[in-house]
Design a protein around this ligand. Structure first.
Ligand SMILES: *[C@@H]1O[C@H](CO)[C@@H](O)[C@H](O)[C@H]1NC(C)=O
Length: 449
């Protein structure tokens, strides 16, 4: 009796979990982009509905691979292609968000990769794959007629081989070979505490699916992507926005709020993008490695390897890249400036503003007027901190559909606003998941955003 009751509860719990899963979890969102097919403008039908319903409809259709959602009209268009399809262009359009099925655009595999729908068509030794519909040079049973996902000569895993996607090769002496596409947890490795991890693992270490950062169910939370643009809280990917030990996510299991994710560590552990200083600090002082050991008002700092009088989570061995030596002022958590725990029991922590800002870091910050269409400064970084791509490196999948000449020349990789986007200067980025983004420049003082 006890046993069957347990089973019943277990079953009910499983149902509950699946009910909380959003159909959006299968999609990767790109803000402000749409897909344009060059020969086929035919898909014009707009479905008036909520975004979740659009996602569900697309998931239920075998030939739907993406959809664009129009925020103004609250409607979507289901599309049979992705940015990787032939004759398709990504285009900027601020009214739209593009949602593409992860399986088609992710360049890593989940599990054995039997859901992989990407476009790699070479084996790991560099041999070209044979088209699945051909029986030459190798005859085989995997016909696209029975396995519609066997497209072109793309690597696939129709027989769920534990080694992952493979293909027949065009070399008559080598029948088939694995494609060596990395698992997502190995594709992008972790340095330090993974605050800059931007990979696409979307499961926790116990195997639970992550909740999207842009949803508030099943768990309500403060990490809304638009509030933390520099943390890249994309889709439901594991991230570390709060200086935890490792990337984590909220889970889709209502009974487990959040959990760490398992991601391979990089062989080389080094700080990227952070300049080390010792007599002054730059930006927020995350690279400060000097020997200041008191707070602004002169209170001695507590050693990082001690738990008295303040007990805390910043153990030096858990934060190997943060320089938590002795009792020196540091900034391991993205605070405004270097700080420390104090040796006064009644005062937990305090900043160390006796350390000065470095001289070359006190320049007047850049700003723009109006929409910034006349902005001609040298900022070349997005608000997420991603480096801008040079304008002349026009990507063939990204078309700047504008009439020249521009008001301000598109020089170097400087932020510009050639299309008078109402959100201000922007640029194409070096990050393939964020083809363009707005820049780290604010409207000038006294002007409205
Ligand atoms: C601070 O560091 C100096 C040496 O740099 C040392 O002489 C002093 O004792 C330290 N003070 C505290 C409070 O740890």
């Amino acid at each position: 009796m006890k046993f069957s009751l347990f089973l019943l509860c277990f079953h009910a719990a499983t149902l509950f979990v699946t009910a909380h899963r959003s159909a959006l979890n299968d999609y990767q969102r790109s803000k402000g982009l749409e897909l344009v097919h060059m020969n086929n403008g035919g898909v014009k039908q707009e479905i008036q509905s909520e975004i979740q319903v659009c996602a569900k409809q697309c998931s239920d259709l075998l030939d739907c691979r993406s959809f664009v959602y129009n925020w103004k009209s609250q409607s979507c268009r289901l599309l049979p292609w992705t940015q990787n399809s032939a004759n398709v262009l990504l285009q900027r359009n601020v009214q739209y968000d593009l949602y593409q099925k992860k399986d088609y655009i992710r360049d890593c595999v989940v599990g054995n990769g039997n859901t992989y729908r990407g476009t790699v068509s070479k084996t790991k030794s560099g041999r070209t794959c044979q088209r699945w519909r051909l029986k030459f040079p190798h005859d085989h049973k995997f016909s696209p007629i029975h396995w519609p996902d066997l497209e072109e000569n793309y690597c696939r895993n129709p027989d769920s081989d534990p080694e992952g996607p493979w293909c027949y090769t065009t070399d008559k002496n080598i029948r088939h070979q694995y494609c060596g596409i990395k698992k997502c947890e190995d594709a992008v490795c972790l340095t330090c505490n993974g605050e800059d991890y931007r990979g696409s693992v979307d499961r926790t270490e116990s195997g639970k699916e992550c909740q999207r950062w842009d949803l508030q169910t099943p768990h309500a939370h403060p990490y809304k992507p638009e509030k933390y643009p520099d943390k890249s809280l994309d889709d439901n990917y594991c991230r570390n926005p709060d200086s935890s030990e490792r990337p984590w996510c909220y889970t889709t299991d209502p009974n487990v709020e959040k959990e760490f994710c398992r991601i391979t560590k990089c062989k080389k552990q080094r700080l990227s993008n952070i300049e080390i200083t010792s007599t002054c600090f730059k930006e927020r002082g995350e690279g400060y490695r000097g020997k200041a050991n008191t707070t602004t008002s002169g209170i001695p700092c507590q050693r990082w390897d001690s738990q008295t009088p303040q007990s805390h989570r910043f153990l030096p061995e858990k934060y190997p890249c943060k320089g938590l030596d002795e009792n020196y002022c540091r900034n391991p958590d993205g605070s405004e400036a270097p700080w420390c725990f104090t040796t006064l029991p009644g005062m937990r922590m305090a900043y160390c503003f006796q350390i000065k800002r470095c001289k070359d870091d006190v320049l007047e910050p850049d700003c723009y007027h109006g929409n910034g269409e006349l902005y001609s400064g040298r900022v070349s970084k997005t608000r997420k901190g991603i480096k801008c791509r040079r304008w002349e490196e026009k990507r063939n999948d990204l078309e700047l559909s504008l009439d020249q000449p521009y008001l301000v020349p598109l020089e170097e990789n400087y932020c510009r606003n050639p299309d008078r986007d109402s959100h201000g200067p922007w640029c194409y980025t070096m990050d393939p998941n964020t083809p363009f983004d707005y820049c780290a420049i604010k409207p000038c003082e006294g002007e409205k955003c």
